[in-house]
Design a protein around this ligand. Sequence first.
Ligand code: NAG
Ligand code: NAG
Ligand code: NAG
Ligand code: NAG
Ligand code: NAG
Ligand code: NAG
Ligand code: NAG
Ligand code: NAG
Length: 817
Amino acid sequence: MDIFASVLLSSSLLLFYFVFSDAADSITQSQPLRDIENTTLVSKDGGFVLGFFRPGNSNNRYLGIWYSNIPVKTVVWVANRRNPITDSSGVLKVNSSGSLVLLGQNSTFAWSANQTNEARNPRVQLLDSGNLVLREENEDDYLWQSFDYPSDTWLAGMKLGWDFRIGLDRRLTAWKSPDDPSPGELSWGIELHNYPEIVMKKGSKKVFRSGPWNGNFFSGMPELHAIPLYNFTFVSNKDEVYFTFHMIQNSVITRAVLNQSRYERYMWAKEQNEWSMFLNLPKDKCDDYNLCGPYGNCIMGEAPVCQCVEGFKAKSLETWNPEEWYKGCERSTQLSCQDKDKIEFVPFSGLKMPDTTHSLLNESMSLNECWVKCLNNCTCMAYSNSDTRNGGRGCAMWFEDLIDIRQMAANKQDANSQDIYIRMPASGQVLKNKQKRKVIVIVVVAIAVLFGVLLIPYCIWKRKSLRDNMENNEMLDQNIELQSEDLEVPFFSLATIVIATNNFSSDNKLGEGGFGLVYKGILIDGHEIAVKRLSRSSIQGLNEFKNEVMLIAKLQHRNLVRLLGYCIEGEEIMLIYEYMPNGSLDSFIFDKTRANILGWSMRFNIICGIARGLLYLHEDSRLRIIHRDLKASNVLLDNNMSPKISDFGMARIFGGDQTEGNTDRVVGTYGYMAPEYAIDGLFSVKSDVYSFGILLLEILSGKKNRRSFHPSQGLNLVAHAWNLWKDGKPLELIDTCLEDSCILLEFVRCLRISFLCLQQHHEDRPNMSSVVMMLHGESSLPEPKEPTSLVGKKLSSPSKNKSLSTNEVTITLLQAR
Ligand SMILES: *[C@@H]1O[C@H](CO)[C@@H](O)[C@H](O)[C@H]1NC(C)=O
Ligand SMILES: *[C@@H]1O[C@H](CO)[C@@H](O)[C@H](O)[C@H]1NC(C)=O
Ligand SMILES: *[C@@H]1O[C@H](CO)[C@@H](O)[C@H](O)[C@H]1NC(C)=O
Ligand SMILES: *[C@@H]1O[C@H](CO)[C@@H](O)[C@H](O)[C@H]1NC(C)=O
Ligand SMILES: *[C@@H]1O[C@H](CO)[C@@H](O)[C@H](O)[C@H]1NC(C)=O
Ligand SMILES: *[C@@H]1O[C@H](CO)[C@@H](O)[C@H](O)[C@H]1NC(C)=O
Ligand SMILES: *[C@@H]1O[C@H](CO)[C@@H](O)[C@H](O)[C@H]1NC(C)=O
Ligand SMILES: *[C@@H]1O[C@H](CO)[C@@H](O)[C@H](O)[C@H]1NC(C)=O
């Protein structure tokens, strides 16, 4: 009895093992996979399953592959898309003549692999990549693989495109509906023009074009390239044309899928337990194929979105409404084809390359040869480098009208931008504009050179005298004790950040600083964060960077923005901060409506808060940080309108030169920079004090310190305020929204402190601890000397040529014009 029971038990265990064990990743000729037995294949690493399933509300059964670790059943491949099996009779096997077949009711064929050869000793295996392959037992070559016959999902390692040797066109085809995997209308694949591109089609109608590959990305979908989780490969030769991607981050599970209306990329969000979409195409109206017709340029944000390329005018000018957009644009001046002297090719930047249906590609031609060839053929309307890497090479030419052009977001890949040269009549409007622009550039350059010449002798003299003064300045000794214990700042994975910021979507962009773009993000747990995306090239050493981040994260003060963590992965370097819902101070004080929110007591609190934050940075923290870019946009406001200084420590992170009092790389913002810093690159706590003085003046007056503050007199804010002060009319400076709430005594005290901070000689300026005491009336106020400001003065450009390369400076100089 006992023996019988145990035999029964062990045999049922054995049965159990055979039926439910998911261990096998392959089958051979003698082991078919039967739906009725619930058998499946599981890839070695347990990522994918091959088995029978029932989609959505359908009663039909299909053989397919899905993720095994993901609780939301996500099918990535279906074998018998067109021939469902209506019951559980399905069997996958290698038949006696060595073909992989799926048999349904009454052993009819439901599907068979389109294999190159019959197998003698076959093995069918599900690989870790999700690829189902058929091969000879001890050989590596595949007789057939599911990756060559995609359904609606594109997995890493899968090639999208053509293999001419075996007559393959691998393209994604959407399911008909969530219940029906049979091929729907929408497809996504490579169009074999001379200059190939990916096209999304509905039936035979184009819906969206990727634009051609330019060596770095597809000109019409740079966002794909910007995703830091993959790398992409595009291959085009006589045997094959394909596009594929590989994961750089293996911890991340992602897929691309074509649903019934669009192409989408998802990432598995573990914490949320769901797929999180971070990219979809078409993404906006301008992605709609040929919305604006020939020579129409679709520009998001313009009204109407359809504009004409420069030098063209709308064909139906009076009635250019959405129904007429497709008619496009025509030349303002007609082309004379034969007379080549009357032809010019005008370069355009930042455009999505036009439809390449009528294009020619020659990868060995230079841009100049391209121009000659295009000039000599009247139907050639445009040309460009086909590959923008390393300064550009190859030649692409477009014949007939240029269609499906759009303006791409300006901030992306400027360095790799693919300029397109469009055929124009030489004497047209466009040319005149171009020349005008050229003249302006020349004048600007000439002025810059002149300034440079004048400044050099002045600077040499000035630097010497200043450096002598600074020799024993306190800020020069920066002995940081590096204690390696408890230097823990959380690391955020790139995937987390990509999900949180919706793949750095432009909707999430909060602003742009000298050090990179800032995005808003929402973590999976609902916490809001601000992500500063730095550029890798500006960082010198990763270890130094990490050390700096750790140190700076230790600075905690209620008037400093908190650093929550960082992310370094691949080319990406990011700092993660707490998110400040009220944004930055400048968005209040310089805005007519929002300025009313900030009454006097709030402003005074803000002033005191900034002062305390700065004092902490200068004197109370163990690091002694000189901010070097204090300004209204770097002061953020929390829920209670309490100020928090941001971007502190950035100079350290980027520096290498931060322990010295002199730098070749002037960071900071024109208008806030102390003269000795802007001109000689000498910085100290006192240059921060100067910036604080400007900021103070701006908070009091609600006006920016920029050139021509007073139109009639050409005065800047500092000079204007000083004049009022001297004339005994300081109250005229009060921001009009403050008039009722203002406590005059405090106002005048603040104004006076501001002048003290703005004094020309840095040794005359108070340090921040005195400023804090003065603000609270705990210290007597000396009489200020005349303040100084560079804004609007002749010596207004930062002197060193090197410093001109600092974006922030240049940008701000331009804005100030
Ligand atoms: C197969 O699985 C289904 C549902 O999970 C179940 O109802 C059925 O009894 C199983 N069949 C066998 C033979 O185990
Ligand atoms: C095996 O399958 C192939 C492909 O469908 C078919 O041509 C062949 O006749 C089958 N062989 C047998 C013995 O059924
Ligand atoms: C399968 O065979 C049975 C009996 O021969 C027949 O009644 C049935 O219609 C067949 N089913 C299919 C799908 O051919
Ligand atoms: C099967 O392969 C042949 C050549 O390899 C090809 O011509 C044919 O189109 C393929 N059939 C399918 C359904 O893919
Ligand atoms: C892409 O990344 C994979 C994995 O890191 C690597 O093996 C491959 O060489 C890379 N390919 C390219 C083109 O960079
Ligand atoms: C495709 O997916 C998007 C996002 O999940 C969804 O909004 C859209 O309705 C889907 N399209 C169809 C036809 O299901
Ligand atoms: C490409 O250009 C080169 C140089 O002008 C020329 O020798 C070659 O024949 C061209 N190739 C094709 C396919 O036109
Ligand atoms: C111009 O180019 C088109 C397209 O390649 C070609 O068909 C035509 O023959 C060329 N014309 C001349 C004059 O070379």
